[in-house]
Design a protein around this ligand. Structure first.
Ligand code: EPU
Length: 338
C-alpha cells in the first residue's frame, strides 16, 4: 500500500469533478484498511468508494482512502435461499449480473445503480419498487477509532428512505467492509409494480418474466432517461423526493391537482422533486458546464468542466426557485463535500 501525493480525483467521482487529493491510497483488504486508519501522521481521513453519490467542491487535504476490497462468497444456503457476503469494493451492478448468472433473485430491480456495494447501506439505495433493506441481512464495518470490526443487523442500520444509521449517528465513525444479502434460489418474488417495468415487458411481449427479464427492462428504462456517468458526469438523483405531512400535502394538491404523488402512509405523502423542478422551468437548463438533465430534472450533470461549486450554485438556485413556487424545500441526496 503506497501513499501517493496530489492525485486527481476526477476518475474517482462520477460527477467527473477535477478536485485533487493531497494524499491518496488504495486498500484492497481489511488489514490494509486497519493499517491506514492507524497512521497517526495523517490525522484526517476521507473514504472514497464508487464516488457515485459525491459532490466535491474543493481539494481534499485529508488522506483519501479508496476502497477496493473485493470478493463474493456464499455464507449460508438451503434449497430456497442463499446468503451472500459481498465485500465493499465490489461494483454493485456487476455483482447483480453475477447473481443473475447464478439465478439468485431479489436485486434485479436495482440493476445499473452506479457505485459499490459497501456504500449501498449508507443511503439504503433503491429503485423501481425495491430497496436494499428488502434483501439486507447485516453488514460489517470498521470502527475508525477502535479499529474493531462490528456487525450491524438490519435493525441497527435504522434504514429509511435514502437514509440509515450511517448517515446520522454513525456518520464518519465506520467504514462498511462487507454486506450480507439474502436472495431467492427458487420461487423468485418478482416486483413489477412500478408502471414503467410493466410497460417495458409488454413492449417486449414478455408475459412470464424471469429475474433476467426484469433486470433487462430496468436497464432499458434507466438508459432511456438517466445519463451514463461514463458519457456525462452525474450522480443520479441529486435531490430526495420531499415528504409532506397530510396537512401540507392537502394544501399543495389543492393548488396543483395535476401533480404526481405517492402515498407513504395515512399521514405522509411523497412528491417527486423531478416534477417540482421541471415545473419550475429547470429541465434541460444549463449554466456554463453545470446543467439539469434533459430527460430527468432530478439529475444534475457536468457537461465537462463544471466545478463542484458551480454544480452546488445551480442546486441552490433550484432549491430557492422550487421554494418560491411551491413552498416546499427540497434537499440534496448526494454527499456534498465543502
Ligand atoms: N417527473 C417529472 N419530471 C422529471 C422527472 C420526473 O415530471 O423531470 C415525474 C415523473 O413523470 C413521475 C415522477 O416524477 O411521475 C417520478 O419520476 P420517476 O419515476 O422517474 O422517479 P423519481 O421519483 O424521479 C426515484 C429515485 C430514482 C429511481 C426512480 C425509480 C429518488 C430521489 N430517486 O426517482 O433513484 O431510479 O425513483 O425507482 O428517490 C437515484 O437515487 O440516484 C435514482 C436515480
Amino acid at each position: 500500500m503506497h501513499i501517493l501525493q496530489n492525485i486527481s480525483l476526477q476518475s474517482y467521482n462520477t460527477f467527473g469533478i477535477s478536485a485533487k487529493a493531497k494524499h491518496f491510497c488504495e486498500v484492497s483488504n481489511i488489514e490494509e484498511l486497519k493499517n491506514v486508519f492507524s497512521l497517526k501522521e495523517y490525522p484526517t481521513k476521507f473514504v472514497i468508494s464508487g464516488g457515485s453519490n459525491l459532490l466535491l467542491t474543493k481539494d481534499i487535504e485529508a488522506l483519501v482512502i479508496h476502497i477496493n476490497i473485493k470478493g463474493i462468497s456464499i455464507i449460508e444456503e438451503d434449497n430456497d435461499y442463499v446468503i451472500l457476503k459481498v465485500m465493499a469494493g465490489e461494483n454493485w451492478h456487476e455483482m447483480i449480473l453475477w447473481t443473475l448468472e447464478n439465478n439468485y433473485g431479489g436485486l434485479e430491480n436495482m440493476s445499473l445503480i452506479p457505485g459499490k456495494t459497501g456504500t449501498a447501506p449508507i443511503q439504503n439505495i433503491g429503485a423501481y419498487g425495491v430497496e436494499l433493506k428488502d434483501h439486507f441481512v447485516s453488514c460489517e464495518a470498521l470502527h475508525t477509532e477502535t479499529l474493531e470490526i462490528k456487525s450491524f443487523s438490519k435493525e441497527a442500520c435504522k434504514f429509511g428512505y435514502r437514509d440509515s444509521y450511517f448517515k446520522n449517528e454513525g456518520k464518519g465513525k465506520f467504514v462498511i467492509t462487507s454486506v450480507n444479502l439474502k436472495l431467492t434460489k427458487t420461487n423468485h418474488i418478482l416486483n413489477t409494480s412500478y408502471g414503467s417495468i410493466e410497460e417495458e415487458l409488454l413492449k417486449k411481449n414478455i408475459k412470464k418474466p424471469s429475474i433476467q427479464d426484469i433486470s433487462n427492462a430496468v436497464i432499458t428504462i434507466r438508459q432511456s432517461k438517466l445519463p451514463d456517468p461514463k458519457e456525462i458526469g452525474n450522480s443520479g438523483s441529486f435531490f430526495k423526493n420531499p415528504i409532506l405531512s397530510k396537512e401540507e400535502f392537502l394544501v399543495f394538491s389543492s393548488k396543483h391537482p395535476e401533480a404526481p404523488f405517492y402515498k407513504i402512509s395515512d399521514t405522509l405523502f411523497k412528491v417527486p422533486a423531478g416534477w417540482l423542478i421541471e415545473q419550475s422551468g429547470f429541465k434541460g437548463k444549463r449554466l456554463g458546464d453545470a446543467g439539469v438533465h434533459k430527460k430527468q430534472a432530478l439529475v444534475l450533470v457536468n457537461y465537462g468542466k463544471a466545478t463542484g461549486q458551480e454544480i452546488l450554485n445551480l442546486a441552490h438556485t433550484i432549491i430557492s426557485e422550487v421554494r418560491n413556487k411551491f413552498g416546499i424545500t427540497i434537499s440534496p441526496e448526494v454527499n456534498i463535500i465543502r
